[in-house]
Design a binder for this molecule. Structure first.
Ligand code: KG4
Length: 343
């Protein structure tokens, strides 16, 4: 195997996740336990529940990760002595949730005398792209879209990240979740809205493209959410049935048009030839397709993470830890034998 063997711990929101990767960036184990079912009836993640579920899950997730890695290497299980480093999500995220993963990682690193590498969760979402595009190298522009964040980042070099702009209110994933909640479609809203949108008419209802022409890289999603809710209320008052696919497609189109236009402007202004998307919303097929269609025409290469690592996971955190341990530009030793995820 290729050293170092890096174990990672992720607990920033409602997933307790760990992974083990080798020096090629190859995934030897990847385990995700989610507490999403316990939050669903509240229409969003409840921080206190998330924290408690991490406490309950974390030892089991560790044991499963070490057992999976053991199978990968042809033995029963790995032990802490087999590891070379521990990476852990240090933020951003829910403080009470983060603290569970950080406490576990610190304990492991102290007990087994391993270096502890703090990782930024958003860098994780960005580097998840390496599992699909192992040759992705800075400079590039990244769009990070999740339940808690919406931003455009100019990656000038690994570790040198310039935030070009971010949302001034709701995140994109949050807008999907709130619209789904208003329609009684449950939580999380992204997957169900995008499935409906796929068979709807994106031009059926006109919703505002907020800050489309603001001349900067800031976003605003809360007005769009209000416009959709106002539309739903109006139709219900008038006794008209709501066409869910058309509504979903029209809402999604308003989001996508702004995301694509601003990302294009960022790519043009920075002059980079590569663009990538990260975060839970990167799993949206219409968004992925819109980027590929609009950017390829301009000769810009678009990367999207494999579906399996769009949501929160340990593998993306482990890759960031590996990058921190190796300060050089090509921190993955042999991308051709590592990284790509069989998903
Ligand atoms: O990255 P993630 O798992 O957690 C955060 O760090 O926030 O992202 C979760 C978010 C949720 O808001 C969820 O509704 C959204 O990603 N999401 C989607 C889709 N799948 C998940 N949004 C739009 N379309 C999707 N297909």
């Amino acid at each position: 195997e290729a050293r170092p063997l890096v174990l990672s711990v992720e607990s920033s929101c409602d997933e307790t996740a760990m992974a083990l990767i080798d020096g090629h960036g190859r995934i030897c184990a990847n385990v995700v336990a989610t507490s999403i079912d316990f939050h669903a009836r509240f229409g969003g993640v409840v921080p206190e529940i998330a924290s408690r579920k991490h406490v309950e899950a974390i030892v089991g997730v560790f044991e499963e990760t070490m057992a999976q890695a053991g199978r990968h290497f042809g033995c029963d299980t790995l032990t802490a002595d087999d590891l070379d480093a521990v990476g852990v999500t240090a933020g951003p995220g829910l403080v009470g949730a983060l603290v569970v993963g950080v406490a576990f990682a610190k304990g492991l690193s102290a007990a087994a005398d391993l270096p502890l590498v703090p990782v930024n969760h958003l860098e994780g979402h960005m580097l998840a792209n390496l599992f699909a595009a192992p040759d992705l190298r800075p400079p590039f522009v990244a769009s990070l879209v999740s339940g808690g964040n919406t931003m455009l980042v100019h990656v000038r070099a690994w570790g040198d990240y310039q935030i070009l702009g971010a949302t001034i209110d709701d995140a994109v994933g949050e807008a999907f979740d709130k619209v789904a909640k208003a329609l009684g479609l449950g939580y999380p809203g992204g997957p169900v809205i995008s499935r409906l949108a796929a068979r709807g008419n994106r031009k059926a209802i006109h919703f505002p493209r907020a800050m489309m022409h603001s001349g900067d890289y800031r976003f605003s999603l809360s007005g769009l959410k209000t416009a959709v809710i106002t539309y739903i209320e109006g139709e219900m008052r008038a006794g008209r049935p709501i066409d869910l696919p058309d509504l979903a497609a029209s809402f999604e189109a308003a989001v996508i048009d702004v995301q694509v236009a601003k990302a294009l402007a960022a790519v043009e202004e920075t002059g980079v030839g590569d663009f990538c998307v990260g975060g839970g919303v990167a799993a949206n097929p219409q968004l992925r397709e819109a980027y590929v269609r609009k950017f390829s025409r301009r000769g810009v290469r678009v990367s999207v993470p494999p579906m399996a690592v769009c949501g929160d996971n340990g593998a993306m955190i482990a890759v960031c830890a590996l990058r921190s341990l190796r300060a050089d530009a090509d921190f993955v030793e042999r991308p051709e034998t590592g990284l790509p995820l069989d998903a």
